[in-house]
Design a protein around this ligand. Structure first.
Ligand code: FAD
Length: 427
């Protein structure tokens, strides 16, 4: 009998795994069980779906010859018996299990976020799925003023997308500068100026502590509520309060009838935990991406060597390694870990940051080039002749050459300032 591989989750990691497995000539019946009502799609492009640049159908991802079961939430897995159960009461047997359950938005601890019935006030959103995106787009049409809580990558790209729809938008970010996980203060300041030019205001050191709400009143239908199987919150048409603003820790308040919470994500691990699989922050996997005999985990739900990147590139690298192993194309393939790399494209604003682009340390040399007129900023951090980190903002011409040198640990040529110009990097 053909081997059965069950993949829980039909997101970016799952699709990549199935696609690569079949492309490598693997022979197995792969089934992707996805809680969302649609086949795999590129979540990274959701902000562009929000702006209307892409239709949701245009961001579909290939998934090889796998069977995709949409609207099929897996409620339990039994690694010993090699069976799984579905929310609709059905079940299935498998030979190999791959957990690719992704992550879910973290809700900040702010007063007023949940009403007595547990629902969020109308006008308060998170963005993780096409269904979220649809609800947000519908609400944005009626809104007058938006606040995005959180100035990380997701907050920045969502704020830019809302501004592109013509809404006045402010980001309330509690850290001293934007995207502090990836950027230094100078780069973040350049990004902030770019955002201002696109109609996005930025409040720094601005910790949201409460939502102001008015009502309750009847909330008009916006979208289809729990289309993606998540809690419908206030957008499902029931009587509830509507958000009117965001209160900050310092006593200031920002008016808003649309609030997007972009406060990070948390790996979805409930299924693995209930099945007795090892879970720390994510489902703990080794270099073979295994967490128990016959069970693997990939992508945003997986923790490898203490790291949960929460980004698409490592999810795809892991999927490729597991596909090589399970297809037999390279049974000894191992996942060696993630080289930190993040990239944001938000309309005309873009950056790439890799390695440790933090400030000076012993034995480190830092090169910087800033061009205020062009809105660009470039920084390289070197240890001797090796690149250990960098930021390219506003001009990514050299990104390919630099990230290759960083990932391979190649020695750099003399005169590293040349690496910050396109000619130098292609030498
Ligand atoms: C708006 C947005 C912008 C982003 N931008 C970037 C970016 O610029 N760069 C970048 O690198 N990353 C970005 N990301 C992150 C990137 O999308 C994720 O890293 C990537 O999707 C991880 O893939 P995954 O398959 O692990 O998880 P997901 O793509 O989230 O897929 C997991 C799927 O599993 C399903 N699922 C969960 N539990 C169950 C269950 N029990 N039964 C059935 N199905 C289940 C979920 O419904 C979901 O569809 C962005 C994310 C968002 C939301």
């Amino acid at each position: 009998m053909t081997r059965r591989i069950a993949v829980v989750g039909a997101g970016m990691a799952a699709a990549r795994f199935a696609h690569t497995f079949h492309a490598l000539g693997g022979d197995a019946d792969i089934t992707l069980y996805g809680a969302e009502p649609r086949a795999p799609y590129n979540r990274v492009l959701l902000a562009e779906v929000l702006t209307g640049r892409y239709d949701a159908a245009a961001i579909a991802l290939p998934h090889g010859a796998a069977t995709v079961r949409t609207g099929a939430e897996v409620t339990a897995v039994d690694p010993a018996g090699r069976t799984l159960r579905l929310a609709d009461g059905g079940g299935a047997r498998y030979d190999t299990l791959v957990l690719a359950t992704g992550a879910e938005p973290v809700e900040p601890e702010v007063r007023g976020l949940r009403g007595p019935d547990g629902a969020r006030p109308a006008g308060v959103h998170t963005l993780r799925t096409v269904a979220d995106c649809r609800r947000l787009a519908e609400d944005a049409v009626r809104a007058r003023r938006a606040v995005v809580v959180g100035g990380g990558v997701l907050g920045v790209s969502t704020a830019r997308a809302l501004a592109a729809l013509g809404l006045p938008v402010e980001i309330a970010h509690r850290a001293p500068h934007l995207v502090e996980r990836h950027l230094d203060g100078q780069a973040a300041a350049v990004l902030g100026r770019g955002l201002a030019g696109l109609g996005v205001g930025v409040r720094l050191g601005a910790e949201a502590v409460a939502l102001r709400v008015a009502g309750p009143g009847t909330v008009p239908e916006a979208g289809t509520g729990a289309e993606d199987g998540t809690a419908p919150g206030a957008e499902s048409g029931r009587a509830t309060a509507r958000v009117t603003g965001v209160e900050l820790a310092d006593g200031r308040a920002l008016d808003a009838d649309l609030v997007v919470l972009a406060c990070g994500v948390r790996p979805r691990t409930a299924l693995a935990r209930a099945a007795g699989l090892p879970v720390a922050t994510g489902v703990v996997v080794d270099d073979t991406l295994s967490c128990a005999p016959g069970v693997h985990a990939l992508g945003d739900c997986a923790e490898h060597r203490g790291t949960v990147p929460g980004l698409a590139a490592p999810a795809w690298e892991q999927a490729d390694v597991l596909a090589a192993r399970l297809s037999g194309a390279d049974p000894g393939a191992r996942y060696a870990g993630w080289h930190p790399f993040s990239r944001l494209t938000a309309g005309p604003l873009e950056y790439a940051a890799f390695g440790d682009p933090g400030e000076d340390g012993p034995g480190l040399d830092v090169l910087r080039l800033a061009d205020a007129t062009r809105g660009s900023y470039k920084k390289l951090v070197l240890r001797g002749d090796r690149l250990v980190g960098g930021i390219l903002l506003g001009d990514l011409a050299t990104v390919g050459a630099l990230t290759r040198a960083y990932e391979r640990g190649d020695p750099l040529p003399e005169g590293p300032l040349h690496l910050l110009t396109a000619q130098g990097a292609t030498r």
